[in-house]
Design a protein around this ligand. Structure first.
Ligand code: PMP
Length: 414
């Protein structure tokens, strides 16, 4: 009931936009139209102020000091961890490891979960639409252990082939790693179904949630995954901080992956003992200010409401899809029925980088290139696409601005 009522209320976009200082700036003489949130979302003043407020009044090292500032910094840092726990509905804060971002989270799983256990002939299953950060760590692990990376195909719309996935799960499959949402195509994967099939067969699961956390409600217990990775900077928080959710029973059995301060209980030259979870996986002084900013971003998202954000972004997606589809020579890349918050496209006879440059001259920020998903580009037979991605602050008027500028740019570049 609450969710339905919440969905029915549209976002107050003028108020939301006023929360993001950068959105009032001009770029190349035009009001900024920021359509690159999938790469990095902008930060609301609440996040910027939380990070600055920490630096101004509470900064000290965490966990080690008896003095007041250190205790305050520790309370802020651990308070952020509890916010993250609630945000993903983890059972315990012991399951929330702060890392640099999704990339580091996935590398941590590969190195600490995979490397000690996997052997020659073991198989790691990924999908074709993965970001490089959910491919290369597994290739490195495969090279180190003799394991093999196997790839689930996608179809012409950018949907992952579930039957082919089931066919790839075999007695040698040790781990499945897949995106919740594709950064290159926008495809939303039915991750709970993928995870259930793996779990039935005793296979570990890693979800790359970098593109899901800002847009969809994330419930790691409902998904049932063993690991879930995401980055603060894609969800209106700062760079340099992200999260690995890891099921406690698995994390408890994993060896540390980096050694140093804070991850130990005792150190002697006869041997050292490891700290409790999750600190065992956070060697050295962490990004305390970043964690504070992530906590503020989670509060901000919660204040706006996940259901309202999803409804608004879905509206933008449908509006943009319809408008862009009407541009002659423009081909949408990624047309899955279940999509989130971005449009990726090519324009006949126009190179994406040229298009991006002309759009920038009109103050419109889009991303062009392979989007760190070269196997996706190969699948669609293109070297690159132009991608416009939406955040909660974007408007239909900005989609109109993109549409108009695209028309002009295409006329100019052809
Ligand atoms: N996975 C996906 C789907 C992404 O879009 C990204 C960022 N582009 C990453 C992983 C890596 O995130 P980060 O660079 O923050 O580690």
């Amino acid at each position: 009931m609450v969710a339905a009522r919440e969905t029915a209320l549209p976002l107050d976009l003028a108020r939301i936009r006023a929360d993001f200082p950068v959105l009032s700036r001009q770029v190349n003489g035009h009001p900024l139209v920021y359509l690159d949130s999938a790469a990095s979302a902008q930060q609301p003043a609440a996040v910027i102020d939380a990070v600055a407020g920490y630096a101004r009044a509470h900064h000290a090292n965490v966990h080690r000091g008896v003095h007041t500032l250190s205790q305050e910094a520790t309370a802020l840092y651990e308070g952020a961890r509890e916010r993250v726990r609630r945000f993903v509905n983890a059972a315990s804060v012991a399951e929330i490891v702060f890392v640099r971002g999704a990339t580091e989270a996935i590398n941590l799983v590969a190195q600490s979960f995979g490397r000690p256990q996997f052997a020659a002939g073991d198989e790691i299953v990924v999908t074709r639409l993965e970001h490089h950060s959910n491919i290369v760590p597994w290739q490195l692990l495969a090279a180190e252990t003799g394991a093999r990376v196997r790839v689930v195909p996608i179809n012409g719309r950018g949907v992952v082939d579930f039957e082919a996935y089931l066919g790839l799960l075999g007695p040698r499959t040790r781990l499945v790693a897949l995106a919740h949402v594709s950064n290159a195509l926008g495809t939303v994967l039915p991750v709970a179904a993928f995870v259930a099939a793996a779990r039935e067969r005793g296979i570990a699961t890693v979800i790359d949630g970098a593109q899901a956390a800002p847009h969809l409600p994330v419930d790691v217990q409902a998904i049932g995954c063993d690991f879930y990775a995401f980055s603060a900077h894609k969800m209106y928080g700062p760079t340099g901080i992200g999260v690995l959710y890891a099921r406690e029973a698995l994390l408890a059995a994993m060896p540390p992956w980096q050694g140093g301060g804070d991850m130990i209980l005792t150190v002697s030259f006869e041997g050292s003992t490891w700290n409790h979870l999750p600190h065992r996986f956070e060697a050295g002084t962490p990004n305390i200010g970043g964690a504070v900013g992530l906590g503020a971003a989670i509060d901000y998202l919660g204040g706006v409401g996940a259901a309202r954000i999803a409804a608004h972004e879905q509206d933008l997606l449908e509006y943009a899809t319809a408008r862009l589809a009407g541009i002659p020579g423009l081909t949408l890349v990624g047309t899955a029925p279940d999509k989130s918050s971005l449009v990726s496209f090519t324009v006949e006879g126009v190179h994406p980088h040229d298009l991006g440059t002309v759009l920038d001259s009109r103050g419109i920020a889009v991303r062009t290139g392979h989007h760190c998903a070269m196997p996706v580009m190969e699948h669609f037979g293109v070297p690159a696409t132009t991608r416009a991605s939406f955040g909660l602050y974007n408007t239909r008027a900005e989609v109109d601005a993109l549409h108009a500028a695209l028309g002009d740019a295409i006329r100019m570049l052809r």
